[in-house]
Structure formats: structure tokens, C-alpha cells
Design a protein around this ligand. Structure first.
Ligand code: SAM
Length: 472
């Protein structure tokens, strides 16, 4: 039985409810009166439920799709302005005992090099990331209690936060590791992590079990209920995602929104972020052997509908996507992107030797961080290296209420400008710097409150003089 408040995976992600939702969406996809009603509700910026959003996803009327895109673009502007938060993944270890059939780290893959970074190697990798200008990392690891126990992850986090190099520091460490216990989530919280990210991969239980034939990850309920345990352990920012390409996208889309509704119903706070990874080629993995790949147009529609369904949730896109696709979806609602990513264990400090091949998947966007920053600014976006919300305790429901009321603009916009200024001075090429300085100058005028604008100007001048004691 479907019950969003239940703590049982099969009740809050009810297969029957998803199938009913898809049938309802099919029956109503040409009901333009209903589509208009849903769009009107979406325009109130309070979100849509999984049924309403699924009707929009099924609707293939060109004019209505244009309306969805226009609304997504507007909501994106209202909630996130023109800021794009920057981050990089750091792969700590690819030892893994699971059997995920889409992932090259699966235990039976004998042709990839198995690696785990030592603390000395982490220092080198993080210094290299800081030298690019990164301030925010997402830690990634396979699941292997012997090689990557929680103590190892905690030690890595401690090392990363301790590295101060020139003007650089990693100010927020997000973590994407396998589902774990309340106790271990509590340890992660105490270690000062930002968001705990875990992709569901697929919400379809039957497919999930086929795609994860053995290993701890094969337990659908344990995996699906992970965010509840994370929240019980005190982590109030959690990041959802599905791996598009594994199952029917409409099923996943409904499941994803139901998961968000469940978190809101039980914990009073929805997901902090939603990631939208698509299956990619990797060692031992041919995406063409999976039947459910989605084209770029469908992908864009999903991003736009996530934006209007959960307006207050950040949306993340990785370098799995090309420059062209990223350009399209940033406009429609993506608020965080990675830059200059390596998906190998190590590889930032020195490129990985070809024969070692520890990459998780092929990266499509291979540009440097400087190139990505410049590209964003040329399109009128402000690349933001800010982590202030987390550092100021604006997480969980406190962040959500600021975001829902639209007030987040008052702090995010100036902070984004100040962290961009730091980036330009410390790391940017001459070309990027020139574009950035002009952008900051122009954007100062877009800070509505005069007092905030004045403080921002003062702080920018301090940064110019080398004073860096702000809490971004
Ligand atoms: N081991 C953790 C877990 O099981 O959740 C961490 C996840 S892994 C380092 C990060 C994510 O990469 C996975 O959750 C999966 O969605 C994604 N991934 C795995 N194989 C992929 C592939 N071939 N193409 C694109 N993404 C992939």
C-alpha cells in the first residue's frame, strides 16, 4: 500500500502507485485543460506532486513543452539567479565488493587497476584541486568494508579539511559512498560533511535486484531507506539521483519525486540536491546493451520538470554530459556543475598511466576549470565557489525555508561574487580574469539592497588587497 510517511521502501516507493501514476499520465497526456491547470499550479513555485509532474512528462504537445521550458527557466532565475555552484569529484578508492552490472568497479572486473589513495596521495590530489581553484568536493568510493571502511573515509575527510595551501582550502566535502548504518552516518556528520549523496540507480525493485545481483548493495530496501537513516544520524542535507538509462525514465521520474515527497513528509525537509547522471561507456560496460537510454531532448525535459516540481532543490550535472547538453540544461534548471573532473582514483596531480585505467566512466566534458568558468561567464552565469550556507549552519530545513521564501538571493548573490573574485585573483587566466572583473562590476548593480551592495563592494576591495577572512 502506498504511504509516503511510511519508513518502508516498498510503501513510500510503491510500485503500484508508480504504475497507477503512469497510467494516469497516459490517460491525461492529451488533456490540455489538465495540463494547463498543472502548469498554473507550477507557476505558483510551490512544486508539483509526482502525479501532476508525470502528466507533464507524458505530454508531447510541442507548445506545452515550450511552456514547461519557459517556466523552468523562470523558476531557475527566481530561485537561483544566474549563479552556478562549482565542484569536483574526488575518487578515493575503487575497491568494491558489489556486482552492479553497469559499473566497472564491480568485483568481477579483473581488467581495471584497483587503487585506494593513501593520505599522502590525498594531500597531493587536493593541492592539485586547490591549485585549479576548487573549494567544494564530492568524495566517491566503491563499497568494500575491508579496504574502504568508514574509518578510512573519516580519515580522508579529516586530511582534506586540514590542507591549507596558498589561499586555498576545501570548504565543503560532500560524500557519495554506499548506503550505511545510522551510526556511520552520525560519524560522517560529526566529521563535518556537507551533503550525503546516494543515487538510487533505479526505483524499480525488480530491475534493481537484477542490476545488483550480489553484494551489500543488492538489498533494495536497505539502499532505498538509506536517506532516512542518514537523517536519523543527523545529516540534514541529502542528495538523490537515479542513473538514467537503466530503467524506463518515466518510472524513475515518478519514483524520484515520490522519494522527495517522502523525505518532506517524514523529516519536514526535501532533498538538498537531485543529480541526473546518465549511463556512460566504461571499462567492461557498453551502454548500448541497456535498453533504456534517453535522448538529449527527453533528458532536457526531465531536467526542466524536476526544476518546476521541486523548485527549492539544487540540481547537479556532472561531466558525464557534453558541453552542449550542459549548456541546455543549465538554462532549464541545473544549479551545480563539476569542472575538470577525473573519475580515476588519482589523476588530478598527475594523469593516470594508461595501463592502469581506474576510471569509473568516460567523461564527455574534458575542459579545464578555467575554461568552464570562462564559458559560464560568457553565457552570463556567475560561477560560485561559495560554501557559506553550510558553514553558517543554513542546512536542512533552515536552508529550505530561506530558499522557499526567496530570501536566499540576499546572501547568495554577493557571496557568489566574492568567491568568484577570489577565484579570479588566485587562479584565473588573464582572459578569464578580464571577463570576470567586468561581470562582477555589472552584477553588483543587480544586488537590490543598497546596504548589502555596499558591504559587498567593501569586501571585494578587501579581497583585492589580499584579506581573506570571510566565511564563504
Ligand atoms: N559505491 C557507492 C554507491 O554504491 O552508491 C558510490 C557510488 S559511485 C562511486 C557513483 C555513481 O556513479 C553510482 O551511484 C552510479 O550511479 C554512477 N555510475 C556507475 N557506473 C556508471 C556508468 N557506467 N556510467 C555513468 N555513471 C555510473
Amino acid at each position: 500500500m502506498y504511504n509516503p510517511k511510511s519508513l518502508k521502501a516498498e510503501e513510500f516507493i510503491s510500485d503500484v502507485e508508480i504504475r497507477d501514476t503512469l497510467a494516469y499520465a497516459d490517460a491525461n497526456k492529451d488533456n490540455l485543460e489538465l495540463v494547463d491547470e498543472i502548469l498554473k499550479k507550477a507557476a505558483l513555485r510551490k512544486g508539483l506532486n509526482h502525479r501532476e509532474a508525470s502528466v507533464l512528462l507524458a505530454c508531447d504537445n510541442k507548445e506545452k513543452i515550450e511552456e514547461m521550458y519557459a517556466l523552468a527557466e523562470q523558476i531557475k532565475k527566481d530561485f537561483y539567479g544566474n549563479r552556478i555552484v562549482m565542484f569536483a569529484p574526488l575518487y578515493l578508492s575503487n575497491y568494491c565488493i558489489n556486482g552492479c552490472v553497469y559499473c566497472p568497479y564491480h568485483i568481477k572486473n579483473k581488467h581495471i587497476a584497483r587503487k585506494k589513495l593513501t593520505q599522502e596521495e590525498i594531500v597531493k590530489e587536493v593541492v592539485a584541486l586547490q591549485d585549479m581553484g576548487h573549494k567544494r568536493l564530492a568524495l566517491e568510493a566503491g563499497e568494500d568494508p575491508k579496504n574502504n571502511p568508514i574509518e578510512y573515509i573519516l580519515e580522508c575527510i579529516k586530511t582534506i579539511y586540514s590542507i591549507k595551501h596558498k589561499n586555498g582550502a576545501i570548504r565543503r566535502v560532500n560524500v557519495n559512498i554506499a548506503a550505511t548504518s545510522v551510526e556511520e552516518y552520525r560519524m560522517l556528520k560529526e566529521a563535518g560533511i556537507g551533503t550525503y549523496i546516494l543515487f538510487q540507480e533505479t526505483y524499480n525493485k525488480k530491475s534493481y535486484e537484477e542490476l545488483h545481483p550480489y553484494g551489500p548493495k543488492s538489498n533494495y530496501a536497505y539502499h532505498t531507506e538509506a536517506m532516512d537513516r542518514a537523517m536519523e544520524g543527523g545529516i540534514d542535507d541529502v542528495g538523490l539521483g537515479v542513473l538514467f538509462g537503466l530503467e524506463l525514465y518515466r518510472y524513475e521520474f515518478a519514483g524520484l519525486l515520490m522519494h522527495a515527497e517522502h523525505l518532506e513528509a517524514v523529516h519536514g525537509v526535501g532533498p538538498h540536491t537531485i543529480s541526473v547522471p546518465r549511463l556512460k561507456r566504461a571499462d567492461d560496460i557498453d551502454p548500448d546493451t541497456f535498453d533504456n537510454g534517453i535522448d538529449d531532448e527527453t533528458f532536457a525535459k526531465i531536467c526542466a520538470l524536476i526544476r518546476i516540481s521541486v523548485p527549492y532543490t539544487g540540481m547537479i550535472i556532472s561531466t558525464r554530459e557534453s558541453q552542449a547538453v550542459r549548456e541546455k540544461v543549465i538554462k532549464l534548471g541545473v544549479s551545480q556543475i563539476s569542472g575538470a573532473s577525473r573519475t580515476s582514483v588519482g589523476g588530478y596531480c598527475e594523469p593516470e598511466p594508461e595501463e592502469e585505467n581506474s576510471e569509473q566512466f568516460d567523461v564527455s566534458d574534458k575542459r579545464t576549470l578555467d575554461e568552464v568558468v570562462k564559458w559560464l561567464m560568457e553565457m552570463g552565469y556567475i560561477p560560485s565557489f561559495c560554501t557559506a550556507c553550510y558553514r553558517e549552519g543554513r542546512t536542512g530545513d533552515r536552508f529550505m525555508s530561506l530558499c522557499k521564501s526567496g530570501q536566499i538571493q540576499n546572501c547568495c548573490h554577493p557571496n557568489a561574487l566574492m568567491t568568484l573574485k577570489e577565484y579570479l585573483i588566485d587562479y584565473a587566466s588573464e582572459d578569464t580574469k578580464a571577463i570576470g572583473e567586468a561581470l562582477i562590476e555589472a552584477e553588483l548593480n543587480n544586488i537590490p539592497k543598497e546596504k548589502v551592495r555596499e558591504i559587498c563592494k567593501e569586501n571585494l576591495a578587501k579581497i583585492e588587497k589580499g584579506i581573506r577572512d570571510f566565511r564563504f
